[in-house]
Ligand binder design. Structure first.
Ligand SMILES: Cc1cc2nc3c(=O)[nH]c(=O)nc-3n(C[C@H](O)[C@H](O)[C@H](O)COP(=O)(O)OP(=O)(O)OC[C@H]3O[C@@H](n4cnc5c(N)ncnc54)[C@H](O)[C@@H]3O)c2cc1C
Length: 273
């Protein structure tokens, strides 16, 4: 079963909700008056978009908690789900039970990392082991061992499904960490699909879902330099050490101050005698 992410729903009119939340902070008007203007159309969609865009450039992020998404996620491994459920603020999970659901396939639809497929013979080994695990699991069930105990033989590769509700603040944080090159490939792929779903539904805010080095997030990489050098994004995003280097040079007085002749060179460019 391929990894699938479906955006089930999102709280109605997320941009209006955001506008209402932000506007309430910065106006003497009551929320009732603000929402009256939103509902009677006197605040245009462009105005809403621009106002939100300006607020998002500041550090005022709490209104993003009022924007909520629901996702359906299937075909991910238990290795992924162990990582996913570590996120504990602003997110709710419902996950397929291994006590109440008994797997009935002849060979469980295990997730197989591509690295196993790339080494000669190892995909077959993997498959053989998974078939054997499935056989023992089914035998245990058939002989009366309850599902909650039979599942003890199931590996990290066992597939699982989720329904998840998450607010946008937490989704941004999850993207910071899990869209990063350093995140594990499967959870990175899942969060990438979540980002694509949000981009389709609400592109005005979907674009803020970036890894932490993105221009709309922290803006630089704080992972080890070697990892930054290996990351494809290292070519376009700076590393923390580079920024600190500039700062140290500045403090040491090594940065050349702009002199009159430097400024003139720019001012007079194209208009030289
Ligand atoms: C690349 C990578 C490698 C990892 N490796 C390991 C590993 O080897 N072992 C391991 O155990 N985990 C590992 N993790 C998981 C990691 O430690 C976190 O548990 C996980 O990323 C969840 O993130 P979070 O703590 O920010 O939780 P979230 O629920 O996403 O929290 C959001 C934010 O809320 C705040 N917050 C949440 N709870 C509290 C609290 N109790 N007190 C104060 N502030 C709080 C924090 O600012 C937190 O960042 C790894 C994660 C990544 C991305």
């Amino acid at each position: 079963m391929p990894l699938e992410v479906t955006l089930i729903d999102y709280a109605r009119d997320p941009l209006q909700k955001l506008y209402g939340a932000y506007r309430t902070c910065y106006t003497p008007k009551t929320p009732g008056e603000v929402w009256g203007e939103i509902r009677d159309g006197s605040i245009s969609a462009d105005r809403i978009r621009d106002f939100i865009g300006e607020r998002l450039k500041t550090g005022h992020a709490s209104p993003l908690e009022q924007v909520v998404f629901w996702f359906g996620i299937s075909g991910v491994s238990r290795a992924l789900s162990h990582q996913f459920v570590r996120h504990r603020i602003g997110i709710s999970f419902e996950q397929q039970s291994q006590r109440y659901v008994k797997y009935k396939e002849e060979r469980l639809d295990y997730v197989m990392p591509k690295t196993w497929q790339k080494v000669a013979g190892m995909a077959d080994e993997y498959d053989r082991l998974m078939r054997e695990i499935t056989r023992v699991y089914e035998d245990a069930l058939a002989k009366g061992i309850p599902a909650e105990d039979a599942r003890f033989v199931l590996p990290n590769a066992t597939p699982t499904n989720f329904q998840v509700m998450v607010n946008f603040t937490e989704l941004l944080h999850i993207a910071d960490l899990r869209l990063c090159w350093r995140a594990q490939w499967e959870i990175r792929h899942m969060v990438a699909l979540m980002r694509r779903e949000v981009m389709k539904a609400v592109p005005e805010i979907g674009g803020y879902l970036q890894p932490k080095c993105g221009d709309k997030r922290m803006g630089y990489c704080d992972e080890p330099v070697k990892e930054w050098e290996a990351c494809p994004l290292g070519k376009v995003r700076p590393h923390k050490e580079q920024l600190l280097q500039v700062f140290r040079e500045y403090r040491a007085g090594n940065l050349v101050p702009l002199a009159e002749e430097h400024i003139r060179a720019v001012e007079d460019a194209g208009n030289e005698e």
